[in-house]
Design a protein around this ligand. Structure first.
Ligand code: ADP
Ligand code: ADP
Length: 230
C-alpha cells in the first residue's frame, strides 16, 4: 500500500480555485518530483500535504490513516512529515549542531546520547561533519541547505517534502544538494516529494514524475519514461 494517497483534493483561496481534482499515490521509499510552470500550484500542494494550508475537498491518507483536518491530528502528523524550504531558516545564534538537535531533543524529547550518533552520521553523509560547531553565517548557501536537510531528517520523518530547495543555490551546489537527496533516499529508504525546476536533476533523482499545469495533474509517469520522450 502507498505511504501517501491524495484523492480528489481541491484548494481555493477565496474565489480563486488553485488546485483541481488532485489524485496520486506515493509509495514508501520513492522519490517523486513535482514539476510544472511557475504558478501551477506546486507550493500550494506541498503546503496542503503538510497541513500548512487547509483544503476544501478531497482526502489524504497517510500510512493507512485518513487525515481529517483536525489540528490535533496534524500535530502528530507533522512529526512524520518533514519539510525543507528554499530559505534555510537556521537560527543564526546557534551552531550547526545546536540547530539540528533542537527538534529531536526539545520537540521529540529524545535523549542526546541516542540522537547525537545519528546526527553525526547524517552530517558525515552530506559532507558537513567538520562544520558541526560552525555558525550559519560561516556557511555557503549550499552548505546551509545541507544542514537544513539534516535538521529535517534528524526528526526521522517517514516523508520528506522539498520545496524548491535549490532555487537560491549556485549551479554547482544544485547538483550537490540533489545528489545528496537521492543518496539519502537510497540509504534511509526515505520517501521524498521534491518540487524543483531543475529538469536535468529531476531526471537523475526521480522514480516518478508528477506534472502539474494550471492546478491540474497532467500526468504521473515513471521518471525514466517521462524523460525519454523527445
Ligand atoms: P508554484 O509553486 O507552482 O509556483 P503556487 O502554489 O505558489 O505555484 O501558486 C499557485 C497559484 O496560487 C498562483 O496563482 C498564486 O498566485 C496563487 N496563490 C498562492 N498562494 C496564495 C495565497 N495565499 N492567496 C491567494 N493566492 C495564492
Ligand atoms: P513561490 O516562489 O514559492 O511560487 P510566491 O512568490 O508565488 O512563492 O509566493 C510567496 C508567498 O506569497 C506564498 O506564501 C504565497 O502563499 C503567497 N502568495 C502568492 N500569490 C499570492 C496571491 N495571489 N495572493 C496572496 N498571497 C499570495
Amino acid at each position: 500500500t502507498p505511504l501517501l494517497t491524495v484523492s480528489h483534493l481541491e484548494k481555493s483561496y477565496q474565489k480563486t480555485h488553485i488546485l483541481h481534482d488532485i489524485s496520486f499515490d506515493l509509495d514508501a521509499g520513492e522519490v517523486l518530483t513535482l514539476l510544472g510552470p511557475s504558478g501551477s500550484g506546486k507550493s500550494t500542494l506541498l503546503r496542503c500535504l503538510n497541513g500548512l494550508e487547509a483544503f476544501q475537498a478531497g482526502t489524504l491518507t497517510f500510512a493507512g490513516e485518513v487525515i481529517t483536518q483536525k489540528a490535533k491530528q496534524w500535530q502528530q502528523l507533522r512529526q512524520q512529515i518533514g519539510m525543507v524550504f528554499q530559505s534555510y531558516d537556521l537560527f543564526p545564534n546557534r551552531t550547526v549542531l545546536e540547530n539540528i538537535l533542537l527538534g529531536p531533543l526539545k520537540v521529540q524529547k529524545r535523549s542526546r546520547e541516542t540522537v547525537l550518533p545519528e546526527v553525526e552520521k547524517l552530517l558525515q553523509q552530506v559532507g558537513m561533519r567538520d562544520y558541526r560547531d560552525a555558525y550559519p553565517r560561516q556557511l555557503s548557501g549550499g552548505q546551509k541547505q545541507r544542514i537544513a536537510i539534516v535538521r529535517a531528517l534528524a526528526l526521522k520523518p517517514r516523508l520528506m517534502l522539498f520545496d524548491e530547495v535549490t532555487a537560491s543555490l549556485d549551479p554547482e551546489m544544485v547538483r550537490d544538494v540533489l545528489t545528496i537527496i537521492r543518496q539519502l533516499a537510497d540509504t534511509h529508504q526515505m520517501t521524498m516529494l521534491v518540487v524543483t525546476h531543475e529538469m536535468d536533476f529531476a531526471q537523475q533523482i526521480s522514480d516518478q514524475v508528477l506534472f502539474l499545469a494550471d492546478g491540474r495533474i497532467q500526468e504521473q509517469t515513471p521518471g525514466p519514461q517521462f524523460f525519454k520522450r523527445p
